[in-house]
Design a protein around this ligand. Structure first.
Ligand code: SF4
Length: 364
């Protein structure tokens, strides 16, 4: 999968971006040069342009965590993303590396829909009704605590592109999947592996009970991404009416009906690769976060790339990091202080690491 490497060209990046007169940008660049290889800045694709321009590497959450693991020289890893991504990076990096999140208030609305206490309550119900039939699988877009829960209960993590493999890993053991926190990704994957919609149950957090099938083959937590949840079948139909030749790709965090109606669905990296490989002159409708869609449209000006609905997004959590936050963190490092470091408690990190390790061992 592609990682976009932005080379640090001494003195060039600021000038190229027309930011030479921007004091914040100039100062960030100066500190980056000063810290050299001790600093690695990782940026998620959903970040705004005025933030992602500082990233050494761009990618989705798991690819960035993997980059953090492989980069042993970096003493400081500045994560331009949200809390669960920084937590994952902290879990997989070595003790001598510090992971910093410039805006620690940048959570994730979907990850926040599953707390450790809520999930343990649900698990008690699952265990008492379906004794040892289920194994928990969590999307990496979840807190360290939820990853740890999965590790402790014999489960694993997965990404949007490896979710199907994770489901099969569970099914090959003769067990069933309890998937969290994103019901859309879980439902879309369940259908892919042959589970009918009528064989699924959903844990309703507000009622604290299972709804749907009484003898389910798949149990879904009722979380969702409030951005992707908004892309509908009617968005697709409207675009098709306007542009009969358009191809539509949506993220699997979109509702099942939307995914079924689209031409294809796939992870952020898959969408990027698909557009890179497409022919000049082709026309695309994309159902994912708007900062990424607009950037792709600019980077592929030989193609027409449209959002399913430009009024949806951007992700408010991803928008919380500003260049001023980045500068504040970097200035602190020069003064010998590590600010906004994300440290996952060791007992949580231990179990979460096991869940992440199982994902890699399962080839996910
Ligand atoms: S886009 Fe959705 S899943 Fe991603 S950080 Fe925002 S709320 Fe969370």
């Amino acid at each position: 999968m592609a990682i976009h490497v932005v080379k640090r060209c001494p003195g060039a990046s600021v000038a190229k971006q027309g930011l030479e007169n921007d004091p914040v940008s100039a100062r960030i660049e100066a500190i980056r040069q000063q810290l050299g290889d001790e600093l690695l800045i990782l940026g998620h694709h959903y970040q705004q342009d005025n933030v992602i321009r500082y990233a050494d590497l761009r990618g989705d959450s798991f690819l960035l965590a993997r980059q953090a693991t492989e980069n042993h020289r970096a003493k400081y890893i500045l994560f331009l993303g949200v809390m669960f991504m920084a937590e994952t990076a902290d879990i997989v990096t070595s003790p001598g590396q510090a992971v910093l999140l410039p805006a620690p208030q940048a959570g994730c609305m979907m990850a926040n829909m599953a707390t450790g206490r809520q999930v343990r309550e649900c698990w008690e119900v699952i265990e008492s009704n379906f004794h040892q039939q289920f194994i928990p699988v969590t999307y990496v877009n979840s807190s360290a605590e939820i990853k740890a829960f999965c590790g402790e209960k014999g489960g694993l993590t997965c990404t949007s592109s490896s979710c199907e493999k994770a489901f099969r890993w569970v099914m090959e053991q003769g067990k069933k999947v309890f998937f969290l926190p994103d019901q859309n990704l879980g439902r879309n994957t369940g259908v892919k592996v042959g589970i009918g919609l009528d064989a699924m149950a959903v844990w309703d957090r507000s009622k604290q009970q299972l709804t749907g099938c009484i003898d389910p083959s798949l149990i879904l937590w009722d979380g969702y991404c409030p951005i992707h949840e908004q892309f509908t079948v009617s968005h697709i139909q409207q675009l098709r009416q306007e542009y009969p030749d358009i191809q539509l790709i949506v993220h699997p965090e979109c509702p099942h009906a939307t995914v079924t109606e689209a031409n294809a669905s796939g992870s952020t990296e898959m969408i990027i690769q698909h557009l890179q490989a497409s022919s000049p002159g082709s026309r695309w409708g994309i159902g994912t976060e708007i900062n990424l869609v607009k950037r792709l449209a600019r980077e592929h000006s030989d193609k027409e790339i449209l959002s399913l609905d430009e009024r949806i997004g951007p992700c408010p959590d991803m928008m919380k990091i500003t260049p001023e936050d980045i500068l504040w963190c970097l200035e602190s490092l020069l003064q010998g202080e590590i600010r906004n470091q994300i440290s996952v408690r060791s007992e949580v990190a231990g179990w979460a690491r096991i869940a992440l390790r199982r994902m890699l061992d399962a080839g996910c």
